[in-house]
Ligand binder design. Sequence first.
Ligand code: ZN
Length: 455
Amino acid sequence: MKKISLMKAIWFCYRDRKMSDSEKNRIRAERLSSLVAYTKQNSPYYRAHYQNIGENFNLSDLPPTNKVDLMAHFDDWITTKDITLKEVETFMTDLDNIGRKIKGKYLVFTTSGSTGNPLVALCDRSTNNVMAGINIMRSFARRADFMAFLKGGGKTMGVFATGGFYLGNSSVRARLLSMPWKKRQFGVISALYPLPRIVAELNAFKPTMLGGYPTILELLIDEQKKGHLKIAPVIIMTGGEYLSDQLREDLEDAFGCPVQTTYSCTEGGTIACECPEKHFHINDDWIIVEPVDHQNQPVPDGVQSDKILITNLYNYTQPFIRYEITDRVVMHHEPCPCNNPSPWLTLEGRTDDILTFYENGKTIRISPLAIYATLKEIHGILRFQLIAHGQNQLELRIIPGTGYDPQRLFEAAQKNLADFLANHGVTNAQIAFSELMPMQHPQSGKFKHIINKPE
Ligand SMILES: [Zn+2]
């Protein structure tokens, strides 16, 4: 496999964008066949699955893969013999390793586990370079915003769930560890901090670009309007969660700058970038997206899929080939006024609720992401669901991992949650253990971890 430097990745991202359809198809086919050939040679897992796949194959000949199966065969899945899942898990028990490379080679990321067990991703240097190249070259929809960002000093601050090996947080920490002199230029504020601390740190930093999860940034709107928060970013970039039109508008209104988002995931990096029309154009030179139904059969353009299969064409260490992601999308091939010839997606909203608490006549609103991160710290909980029933009454539903005592897990969760809420000024919340299992919404079939029930 050829190594890709950051400069080369940037060049490819620039060059590929200008290609005709047929040139891009050729590049994609080349990248796919070299990835599959390499994978067959170096991953025992894929070798077994691809034993009937010859040199001339169609993408649809390759059996789809999924997180549960790949994680169960982690050591056979990855194409390098110098690392095991056990070593990665041990590495991840030390949070100081966030943003550091295991064995000096691979950055480690985990998903936030919205469908049960988290996925562990290993990114080698070339993979990181391509991810960075895509973000540098394609994340700004308008050149004018990019120029304003540079002119304003290019200072970037993200409000992310820290305390885990999540993509956003870990990549920023990796950059800071490798370039400590840049800490006035970019950084991360923990979304787990109480709001006044987040506000104070943002005021001190004065970001040109503000980044973060939509539900965290939503909590800052009031602070900016009241004048507690006094920042003047030239752009806001959200990620990690679905950004609704309403929230985009509210953020633009409060901060007086454009708000953008990307469609990304740990396994595929930035899958699609927004254009000025707010269409998510697929980075289809580096990633193949197939919208499919429940049976992994293709879904036509214009029809909502049940999930997608992604093929990441640049991660050779840990190949994701026709890998299932349970996002519903609609594929569009019709031309976009922005002139980007790549197909684009519309995404279905997925979002947890902001929780509302009351104490001493005050209303305190707390981001679901922060609560999510607090509960995820407890080892042994496979899945949870927290329901706020009003009057600060919480119900916690848990699916324990094998060998874990649910009552013990609950007590640990209750303690973490109570401490976390107390930090945010909520001292009188009642947290009850639920006999029920976490469940999907009966109508939409969608799963929410955190539900705010109206009183
Ligand atoms: Zn467009």
